[in-house]
Design a protein around this ligand. Structure first.
Ligand code: C5P
Length: 245
């Protein structure tokens, strides 16, 4: 990898395929920043719910979009919990944006071209302004649309059963199972996959130059080891090419 410029690692893939787990592990290991773009789309869905957009005639109207011009996102490393906190307009919404009502609505929000435009601009600004030596970004359209020049693109997948089971376990750990059954989780994941792959604008699609990781039978630690090896290879190849030139 280029030693003098910021290294961008794009991680796209299906819902609950372990993108953020891998992204956070890479960012910790390499001391890179981490941007969870799903959190941004989820926040917009949360705002839309709070503004009653889904229950009113305002849906699809121009009234909601101007609110997004003022939107403010912040990612902050939480040393105690050992994970990244996420703030929407200065409020920590890390848990709220993972609620059932937000999860059920977010893919509808993510289909609206104007909303994608605004969020893509914000994400690009994050990338430009980051002071660190690199960033790991996870989402659905990072490698194809947001930052096609990423040095490493990873596309994550896994069987629907394992993805649903892992999400089920995660929600169980948070104590949120009263509101979600395994079957409901599976249904929601399938629904979001369908919505995200079928939308006209920036659909979820494996880019030709990405590395696919199917983690059905692969632990997060093994995935990290694999990615670090790929990064090492990229670095070594760069050095060799430099020597030849
Ligand atoms: O990654 P996460 O599951 O939190 O993303 C929630 C939803 O946000 C996705 O199902 C998708 O509809 C939308 N999204 C998107 N583009 C991104 C990130 C997320 O459309 N770059």
């Amino acid at each position: 990898m280029n030693q003098n410029k910021k290294t961008i690692i794009a991680i796209d893939g299906y819902s609950s395929s372990g993108k953020s787990t891998l992204a956070q592990k890479i960012s910790k290991e390499l001391k890179f920043n981490y941007i969870d773009t799903g959190a941004m789309y989820r926040s917009v869905a949360l705002l839309a719910i709070q503004k009653n957009v889904f229950n009113s005639d305002l849906w699809n109207s121009t009234n909601f979009i101007p609110i997004l011009k003022e939107i403010n996102f912040q990612f902050k490393w939480n040393k105690i919990l050992n994970k990244t906190d996420f703030f929407l307009n200065k409020k920590n919404v890390l848990h709220e944006i993972r609620s059932k009502r937000v999860t059920n609505k977010v893919s509808l929000i993510a289909r609206i071209p104007k909303i994608r435009d605004i969020l893509t601009t914000i994400i690009k600004k994050f990338i430009r302004n980051v002071s660190n030596k690199g960033i790991v970004i996870d989402g659905r359209d990072i490698g194809n649309i947001v930052y096609p020049q990423s040095e490493l693109k990873i596309f994550m997948t896994g069987s629907i059963e394992i993805r649903s089971y892992r999400r089920f376990q995660e929600i169980q750990k948070r104590g949120g199972l009263n509101s979600y059954s395994y079957e409901e989780i599976k249904k929601n994941i399938l629904y979001r996959d369908r919505m995200d792959t079928s939308r006209k604008i920036s659909p979820l699609k494996k880019s030709l130059d990405s590395i696919e990781i199917d983690n059905t039978f692969l632990s997060p630690e093994k995935q990290l080891t694999l990615v670090l090896k790929v990064i090492e290879n990229i670095k070594n190849n760069r050095k060799k090419i430099k020597k030849i030139i």
